[in-house]
Design a binder for this molecule. Structure first.
Ligand code: FES
Ligand code: FES
Length: 158
């Protein structure tokens, strides 16, 4: 039986009806039609479905929807500014050529956001560690790490 839960999605407080067995990914894609979050392995292994819950990166494909009640959820759709401008992390991915097929990109960007929010000055090792759960089947890891480093500089310089 469906239940009502309230949470903050990309800065807006909303109320939705969910089946308690749903995952957060199911709510986002199938119910709210936010298709930016990608379904990959469905088992918490590839990171394609990464979103932020209370500013922490989680695999939405295995995250129980009931746990977002009263929480803050940020998806890739919430990264763009109010005038549609790209977030500095998104801009860096574009400029560094870190997007090939793009399937891993939303998850990579959300994991990068969680890292840079928590640690504004991560070294390469810390970036690699933060993205270890995000797989890129196009193997564009070098450009992805360079993009996060560029985003780190852009955010530090305001
Ligand atoms: S789809 Fe969620 S971790 Fe792979
Ligand atoms: S860009 Fe294709 S999976 Fe990473």
């Amino acid at each position: 039986m469906k239940q009502k839960i309230a949470f903050v999605l990309n800065g807006n407080k909303i109320e939705v009806e969910v089946e308690p067995h749903w995952t957060l990914l199911h709510l986002l894609r199938e119910s709210l039609e936010l298709s930016g979050t990608k379904p990959g392995c469905g088992e918490g292994e590839c990171g394609a479905c990464t979103v932020l819950v209370n500013n922490k990166a989680v695999n939405s494909c295995i995250f129980p929807v009931m746990e977002i009640a009263d929480a803050t959820v940020t998806t890739i759709e919430g990264m763009v500014g109010s005038s549609g401008e790209l977030h500095p992390i998104q801009q860096a991915f574009v400029e560094q050529g870190a997007v090939q097929c793009g399937f891993c990109t939303p998850g990579m960007i959300m994991s990068s956001r969680a890292l840079l929010d928590e640690n504004p000055n991560p070294g390469e090792g810390e970036i690699r560690h933060a993205l270890a759960g995000n797989l890129c089947r196009c193997t564009g890891y070098t450009q992805i790490i360079e993009a996060v480093e560029a985003a780190r500089e852009a955010l530090r310089n305001g």
